[in-house]
Design a protein. Structure first.
Length: 424
């Protein structure tokens, strides 16, 4: 039936070891990388904002819309059954990717933002009361601050913050003392989007669980750079955004421990999340459908599964090693530039380097680099408390994927030197 589900037709693994990593083979799978911007070959260093898409994902979406499209869980007709099977197969692919114990633990959402809002609005609304506490860290993305702030304000609860040091490492010496009988949940990012810090989430979870407190891990920046095993991590919730892991926009995943998801009230009301409705009473559906009201992003889920299968087709350890090598090379080359200050020098980092340049606003850095065909992100990266901590309004951020090369780094360094020429 659908050729794109046949793993044999997927791109063959091309990564073997750090030095032998066949990045050109990877690049060949990503059509958007092979274009010019302002007459210069594109150097795409904004994968933390969103990754480019491999051809298999583009083809899968086209094939689904062109041949198998229909609504799910509704029709007895053939196409609806095919679409339902593909959608549920996508859930199985995500389960296996995250190594969750059960399929029902995988809830499709729009992305990490919606996943965290779902937990705050359901788990939070049910479990958090006046005087209770929620712990986040100082390096969170707004998506892992604001939903908690909202529920804390509503409930008269308190948001507490694990501090970080001047390198961008969490200061965990006093973390355990922060946990009290009032602590209802701890929500931390696995990898910081603004600094690149990799947090010791396994250790945070171990300590939290010793006090009976559940932990949500924001995996928006980790699932595409580190091997993820939710059972091994022992987290209670894990979130990811499809568009950051080579999949489509508008689709993401909330993993939740079965017992917790079962206990939580629904998020939105509507079709598909019910077993029966009368004007007097609604009986809610089982998990995960209880949390998937309305027609879901069917194509998005199927495209995400194609992306995960594509990514899983590689040796993940080889990707991790290659990306580490690239980050190290980028860090070393950027350190050669006297006027440049790297923001975020944590012990363990993944995928991103944030920096400022003496007397040049990050937006100017981004604009001039763009004129040289180099795409970076400039701004506060939706992490304003991080900027406040470092006493800066914004940074320029170069973020890497396994399709980037050392030549991309060299072009970045040349581009930054040209920025400096303009301003000196
Ligand atoms: N960070 C960046 O350029 P959404 O937008 O829902 O897919 O993901 C939100 C989000 C949550 N947590 C972290 C750690 C993130 O990095 C992001 C998205 C993008 O850094 C866009 S602001």
């Amino acid at each position: 039936m659908n050729t794109f589900w046949n793993e044999d037709t997927m791109t063959a693994p091309s990564a073997t070891d750090t030095t032998g990593f066949d990045v050109e083979k990877v690049r060949a799978d990503f059509p958007a990388l092979h274009q010019e911007v302002y007459g210069k070959p594109l150097v795409y260093l904004d994968s933390a904002a969103s990754t480019q898409k491999p051809q298999i994902v583009i083809d899968t979406l086209a094939e689904f819309y062109g041949r198998y499209y229909s609504n799910v869980h509704r029709g007895v007709h053939h196409l609806s059954q095919v679409a339902t099977e593909l959608y549920e197969d996508a859930r199985r692919t995500v389960r296996s990717f995250l190594n969750a114990r059960h399929e029902e633990e995988i809830v499709f959402v729009r992305g990490t933002t919606e996943a965290i809002n779902l937990v705050a609005q359901t788990f939070g609304r049910a479990e958090i009361g006046p005087g209770d506490e929620v712990i986040v860290s100082e390096m969170e993305h707004h998506a892992n601050i604001v939903p908690w702030q909202m529920i804390c304000q509503e409930k008269g609860a308190r948001l507490r913050v694990i501090p970080m040091d001047e390198h961008g490492d969490l200061q965990l010496e006093h973390f355990e003392e922060m946990i009290t009988p009032c602590t209802k949940i701890i929500a931390v990012t696995h990898v910081s989007n603004a600094l690149g810090t990799v947090n010791p989430v396994r250790e945070i979870i171990r300590i939290a669980h010793a006090h009976g407190v559940p932990v949500l891990v924001d995996g928006a920046q980790s699932a595409q750079h580190l091997p993820i095993d939710v059972q091994e991590l022992d987290c209670d919730f894990f979130t990811l955004s499809g568009h950051k892991i080579y999949g489509p926009t508008g689709i993401g995943v909330l993993y939740g421990r079965k017992e917790l998801l079962q206990r939580m009230p629904p998020y939105q009301g509507g079709g598909d999340m019910i077993l029966s409705v009368t004007f007097e009473k609604t009986v809610y559906n089982e998990i995960p459908y209880k949390f998937e009201a309305g027609t879901p992003n069917i194509a998005g889920a199927i495209g995400l599964a194609a992306a995960l299968k594509y990514y899983r087709g590689f040796d993940i350890d080889a990707i991790v090693a290659y990306e580490k090598h690239l980050l190290k090379y980028a860090t070393e080359r950027l350190e050669e530039i006297d006027a440049l200050r790297i923001i975020g020098t944590a012990r363990e980092k993944a995928s991103a380097v944030s920096f400022t340049l003496c007397a040049v606003h990050p937006h100017d850095i981004g604009t001039i680099l763009d004129q040289h065909g180099i795409a970076v992100r400039a701004g506060h990266h939706c992490a304003q408390p991080v900027m406040q901590k470092f006493g800066i309004p914004a940074t320029a951020r170069a973020s890497f994927s396994f399709y980037n090369t050392r030549q991309d780094v060299d072009r970045l360094v040349d581009g930054i030197n040209q920025v400096l020429e303009v301003f000196t």
